[in-house]
Design a protein around this ligand. Structure first.
Ligand code: HEM
Length: 292
């Protein structure tokens, strides 16, 4: 290691490995959650009540791979923290981010152990948002950007995006993905059910009434009308301020996430599209967080 740690090959290798493993963990964790919820069985979600949720060889392999990858992330987070603390001159920013990464890894491991088998949306929400945050931290650890960030503007958009992702996780964990397939229809159904705001309580649990699911979908779809323009504006601003890589990535990812969202709504929730919608959102948050 040289005087300054960041150009070190070891650091870059470890930070990249951490990011890639976290993306793998994100996809595997969404895969396991959706398979446990029976996504793909017919007619969904009714088939779940009949106990047809999958638990075969593929799920066992995915569970094993998830465990190995998550443990490797924990080891890498410790390694990055040690490197940052030992560096001279001291790397306070990197040490802080690595410590946060380690803390999140321990928190999610604790959540995993203590909530096994739970179907409460709050658990899915915690897992999904915690995983997204870890991906974002790892993306910031890769290397410091060579230009100044976009500060509070990017932070505001990041918070909007977290809220949008949380809304999506709530739709998913409440089995509301097929509750309705257009903004107008969702609004009509939610109104007919008397605007059931209690559906927003993430600890209430799955098995909501159709009107509840329609309200959750309505909020997620309407949220996209606010979040997407904000993301697009941030992407364009990033391009203008010379942050080309993040700006271009943000715009491309936004287009992909929106297109996948439309596919989900119109074609009965194919698992691959659900997973890509999830992964795209994680990467989108990472691109925005790099701009803060
Ligand atoms: C910036 C825009 C968007 C973001 C960041 C976003 C993010 C997300 C996330 C993180 C989830 C949870 C995925 C999971 O549980 O694995 C989700 C679920 C979902 N999203 Fe989006 N979304 C966006 C726009 C849209 C749009 C425009 C639509 C439809 C028109 C849509 C439809 C859905 C549906 C149906 C689900 C539930 C999938 C399921 O049942 O598992 N999303 N979204």
């Amino acid at each position: 290691m040289t005087d300054c740690l960041l150009p070190s090959k070891t650091w870059r290798w470890m930070a990249w490995a951490c990011l890639l493993l976290l993306l793998l963990v994100t996809v595997l964790s969404a895969f396991l959650r959706h398979r446990a919820e029976g996504l793909g069985c017919q007619p969904w979600p009714g088939c779940l009540a009949a106990g047809t949720a999958a638990s075969g060889v593929v799920e066992a392999l995915a569970r094993g791979a998830h465990r190995v990858a998550a443990t490797a992330v924990l080891g890498l987070a410790i390694g990055l923290l040690v490197l940052a603390l030992r560096a001279r001159p001291s790397l306070r920013r990197e040490a802080g981010l690595s410590a946060l990464l380690l803390l999140m890894a321990l928190l999610l491991a604790w959540l995993g152990v203590h909530t096994t088998g739970s179907r409460a949306p709050a658990v899915a929400l915690g897992n999904l948002l915690g995983g997204f945050l870890m991906v974002s931290i790892a993306a910031r650890l890769l290397a410091p950007p060579d230009r100044r960030g976009l500060g509070p503007v990017a932070l505001g958009v990041a918070l909007l995006l977290v809220a949008q992702a949380a809304g999506g996780a709530l739709v998913s964990a409440s089995h509301a993905g097929l509750a309705c397939d257009a903004l107008r229809g969702c609004a009509d159904q939610a109104a007919a059910a008397g605007w059931p705001w209690a559906a927003l309580k993430p600890w209430v649990g799955a098995g909501l009434l159709p009107g509840d699911g329609a309200l959750l979908q309505l909020l997620h779809r309407a949220g996209a009308w606010v979040t997407a323009p904000a993301l697009a504006a941030l992407g364009l601003l990033a391009l203008r301020r010379g942050r080309r890589a993040e700006g271009a990535a943000l715009l491309a990812l936004l287009a992909a996430v929106l297109a996948l969202g439309l596919v989900l709504g119109s074609s009965g929730l194919p698992l691959a599209a659900v997973l890509l919608h999830n992964l795209g959102s994680a990467l989108l948050l990472a691109a925005v967080v790099r701009l803060v």
